[in-house]
Design a protein around this ligand. Sequence first.
Ligand code: PAF
Length: 298
Amino acid sequence: MARPKPAAKAPKARKTQLTHTVDDFESAFWPDERPVDNAVVMTMGALHEGHAALIRAARKAVGAEGRVAVTVFVNPLQFGANEDLDRYPRTLAADVRLAEESGADVVFAPLVEEVYPNGDPQVRLTAGPMGERFEGATRPGHFDGVLTVVAKLLHITDPDYAFFGEKDAQQLAIIQRMVADLDFDVEIVGVPTIREADGLALSSRNRYLSEAEREQALALSRALFAGRDAAAQGPAAVREAAAKVLDAADGLDLDYLALIDPHDFVEAADDFQGEAVLAAAAKVGSTRLIDNVRIIVR
Ligand code: PAF
């Protein structure tokens, strides 16, 4: 008689703790003295499958016994005067559920006063020239705000690894450069963009789009895919193929389309070869969207 198969081992149930203060976060994240690998995923909340992929990657990196923290903080420093700070979606209860399902141990969701107890910080990090082009040209000071909060959250969470989405390619490049230039003791890991079946890159801001705008927004990813398909013909062909799709698109107010050398995050030279980022940003209605693909240009 065939022996009954042993029951499949159920995945370890994890209860994610929600914390709001640095003290509570520290007690929850380091419950004992055991040295284990730990990782952080920094977010502004409104979590979606793209964030879930970051949290799952973090869990995989530290293993079942390691610790994963997710920070949820809408950082005022990185929003310009006319940007969407006040209407930025805040969905903490759902965020904690998704963080738990994806493998987080602790969510750290501080108030602004907890992160900036002395009011607006007088001393801030600056992203330098890398933060002044592309996104930085349209959003002056944005990356200084990002770096300032990322540095603070790295100090508070003290991780071995920090995971960021490749969707924010310039942010990822600048954070990598900050860690290298200023000797932060952390490994920054980029995680590929998650897309809807029709190509739209997941973003917390997609929820602002009407159905018609969502349809128009698809031109962004279509243009990038067209550029990617031309990668074997060199930089000019990539730019031309992507621009053709955008020129024919309705309802997009294009900010930039750029083929970027990821090292210094500058426009790639006309004879560039190797790994590049093809990036675009556009407004659809009142919503600003960014997207990019990584390609190998020949
Ligand atoms: O990418 C984001 O959500 C934010 O810029 C970050 C890294 C959490 C800093 O506020």
